[in-house]
Design a protein around this ligand. Structure first.
Ligand code: ADP
Ligand code: MG
Length: 141
């Protein structure tokens, strides 16, 4: 099914000049980039995005990291975009990520793990709406 997902190339991967290589992987897998912005999140914006994790012990460190430098936020569209992006990223912990995945190739550790991808249709819709407006994304799915 054609669907959309939210991707974030995290500050660690942006610092490694990996934006182009990572977007290339999305496109090579048949995903289309339908909206994108390069921005630096405030701590409050990162806290809002990761609110679902606010009780986790790593929440403060994670949101400090996510607001530590520029990120490339994009909306990817295609058949099974959510699972395709998750497969391209690999496991949350790069030590457990398959060879050839984004996290295996660029992550530093389980926190500084190079990329974010929505984990399901409901979170994808919420996450896309958190960063993009109707004007950025004409409703043409
Ligand atoms: P994913 O990004 O693979 O969906 P989660 O939703 O479980 O993973 O966690 C969100 C983010 O929180 C991860 O991508 C990672 O940056 C960070 N994180 C997850 N688990 C840990 C952990 N044990 N220690 C530090 N940071 C973590
Ligand atoms: Mg998640």
């Amino acid at each position: 099914m054609k669907e959309r997902t939210l991707s974030i190339i995290k500050p660690d991967a942006v610092k490694k000049n990996a934006i182009g290589d990572i977007l290339r992987r999305f496109e090579n897998a048949g995903l289309t980039i339908v909206a994108a912005k390069l921005t630096t999140l405030s701590k409050a914006q990162a806290q809002g995005f990761y609110a679902v994790h606010k009780e986790r012990p790593f929440f403060d460190s994670l949101t400090t990291f996510m607001s530590s430098g520029p990120v490339l936020i994009s909306v990817l569209e295609g058949e099974d975009a959510i699972q395709t992006n998750r497969r391209l990223m690999g496991a949350t912990d790069p030590a457990k990520a398959d060879a050839g995945t984004i996290r295996k190739d660029w992550a530093t550790d389980v926190e500084k793990n190079a990329a974010h991808g929505s984990d399901g249709p409901d979170t994808a819709k919420w996450e896309i709406g958190y960063f993009f407006s109707e004007m950025d994304l004409p409703n043409r799915l």
